[in-house]
Design a protein around this ligand. Structure first.
Ligand code: UDP
Length: 235
């Protein structure tokens, strides 16, 4: 049973339930980009991200990655374990794109020998600055053990998802994860995994099938999300 709204973020709302350890997330069609400067809606996005994220979380659970997923309620709403989010955006990259290409002055599309792993401090007021392990420790954002566990889980997620998407003729370029602590302190993968939080390129044509179409005004954004949905669910 959905009770009071606890929180409203850029792309989701979170509601309490009768169980203090469970909350309901409700996915919106709202989209933001460029540090919140660009706002819009992507019709049908909420339902696509909800269903795709739930599917991928269940795939990852089967592969031994603990997640917040509990039960899909309907198109847009899912019951998840209540967590306190570790304020780190965890980014894994297989190919140069986005901020990596900008920051280091290289073109997009360079294939890395090994995936890269980075943290940003999840703090909108500070514009999510990049930080390293020692900064995260100094700021007491996570313990050393948590950082090690997060790195191991993020790289495992990359292995599982890279292979899964390649089977759909999609290259997983990069993605962002968030982790949360349950009431007993254990870490689980939380937030979402969707075309909002991953870069997907068609493996044959290189076409972008993710939120970069919105960020960069490329058009065809709904078509790209629908295409990813079709490939994942074979609809
Ligand atoms: N990303 C995200 N939320 C953010 C920042 C990045 O989901 O606030 C994802 C983004 O979709 C991409 C990956 O993390 O798949 C790497 O993003 P990057 O650092 O290149 O920043 P961007 O150019 O996306 O702002």
């Amino acid at each position: 049973m959905k009770k009071e709204q606890l929180y409203e973020g850029k792309a989701k709302k979170v509601y309490a339930t009768e169980d203090p350890d469970l909350v309901i997330v409700s996915y919106k069609d709202d989209a933001t980009a460029l540090d919140g400067l660009k706002k819009g809606t992507i019709a049908g996005k909420g339902a696509i991200n909800n269903r795709m994220s739930n599917f991928l979380m269940q795939l990852l659970e089967k592969e031994g990655v603990p997640t917040h997923f509990v039960k899909e309620l309907n198109d847009r709403e899912t019951v998840v374990k209540k967590v306190s989010i570790v304020p780190l955006e965890v980014i894994v990259r297989n190919v140069s794109a986005g901020h990596f290409a900008q920051r280091y002055g290289v073109e997009e599309g360079i294939v890395f020998d090994e995936p890269t792993f980075e943290f940003s401090y999840k703090n909108d007021d500070l514009h999510d600055p990049l930080l390293n392990d020692s900064h995260a420790l100094a700021l007491k954002l996570a313990t050393k053990e948590e950082i090690d566990a997060i790195r191991a889980m993020a790289l495992k997620v990359n292995e599982v998802l890279k292979a899964f998407f390649l089977s759909l003729n999609v290259r997983l370029i990069d993605f962002k994860l968030e982790f949360g602590r349950l009431s007993d302190g254990s870490l689980v993968l939380a937030d979402e995994i969707s075309p909002d939080t991953c870069r997907f390129w068609d493996a044959t044509t290189g076409e972008k099938l993710d939120k970069d179409r919105f960020r960069r005004d490329l058009g065809g954004i709904e078509d790209a999300y629908n295409e990813m949905m079709r490939r994942v669910f074979g609809a």
